[in-house]
Design a protein around this ligand. Structure first.
Ligand SMILES: [Zn+2]
Length: 311
């Protein structure tokens, strides 16, 4: 399974999980997972195509600010310090998703990108450690950049919800990118950091969970996946925003086992659907080490890469 990554992913001047952990994970995957091939997205899709998509989806003032840093307040709305590499850093995280979409549209099966810092970013700025919304860029590519347009289902199981993605999707029709509902978001959040009022057919479940609520969380995952099954139509591509930061927000009894069980449930949903993943959240807070976060993300990736799950 191709997993897209290159050195731009970790080139932000701001040190934070979102800007560094993909390197750690790429190194880990090369060592331990023979079913994964780390691929540079620039060999699959030209940078100019991704930049054109980003330009189409965003307020020109925001793109300009990310490129030259002149409007420093706007350039740092993600919360990350701006630097000359910020634009290519943010572009790369979208580039991998576009390359993954391109791959599964042509070949079927699954692919992924070690991207994060996506779903809070909106058409006019960054937010909460998200600079450019690669989920929206990927969805726009599926709807306008492929030989045959493909509808999209965004499954967002990051601890936080995708308010930025929702804002992008609502704008798609006026930008000439499909019609309302061509890209559907199914969102399960366990934190109140971001919120939005979902327009049908989008679905948001915001649930606050106490300690030891491993089973309650998994029940919410099942329920969200049922919504996904109801909204699924043949020909769609799944984009899974696979944050493992519910372990940072909810005090699970067994975080590793709960994330592993979640990924089993996601695989039951994905089966042989064309699907791409992104990393999203997962942080070294509350006693979690970098190796723990890598292991949590790998619970998803090895399942996706395994031929056993090809249905
Ligand atoms: Zn998150």
């Amino acid at each position: 399974m191709p997993v897209y990554f290159d050195e731009r992913y970790v080139s932000s001047p701001h040190r934070f999980e979102t800007t560094r952990k993909s390197q750690h994970l790429a190194d880990h995957l090369v060592r331990v997972d023979a079913n994964v091939e780390i691929v540079d997205p620039r060999g699959a899709v030209p940078v100019e195509l991704v930049e054109a998509l980003i330009g189409r989806l965003h307020d020109p003032a925001y793109v300009q600010a990310l490129q030259d840093g002149d409007d420093i307040e706007l350039a740092e709305t993600s919360g990350f310090t701006w630097g000359p590499t910020t634009w290519s850093f943010a572009t790369a995280h979208s580039h991998g998703i576009v390359a993954a979409i391109q791959y599964v549209a042509a070949h079927g099966g699954r692919a992924g990108s070690l991207s994060s810092g996506l779903h809070h970013a909106s058409p006019d700025g960054g937010s909460n450690f998200c600079t450019i919304n690669g989920l929206a860029v990927g969805a726009a590519h599926a709807l306008t950049g492929l030989e045959t347009p493909r509808r999209v289902m965004i499954l967002d199981f990051d601890a936080h919800c995708g308010g930025g993605t929702h804002a992008h999707l609502l704008q798609f029709p006026e930008l000439g990118i499909g019609v309302h509902g061509d890209a559907v978001q199914i969102d399960l959040s366990v934190s109140g950091v971001d919120s939005y009022r979902p327009h049908e057919p989008h679905h948001l479940r915001l649930r606050s969970l106490g300690s030891g609520s491993d089973e309650e969380y998994l029940a919410e995952v099942r329920s969200a996946l049922r919504k996904g099954t109801e909204a699924w139509e043949p020909g769609m591509i799944v984009i899974y925003n696979a944050g493992v930061d519910p372990v940072n927000v909810v005090s699970f009894d067994d975080p590793m086992e709960t994330i592993a069980s979640r990924e089993d449930l996601v695989m039951e949903f994905v089966q042989d659907k064309p699907a791409v993943f992104t990393l999203a959240g997962g942080y070294t807070w509350d006693g979690f080490t970098e190796d723990d976060i890598t292991a949590l993300h790998h619970e998803m990736i090895w399942r996706w890469a395994s031929p056993v799950w090809m249905g």
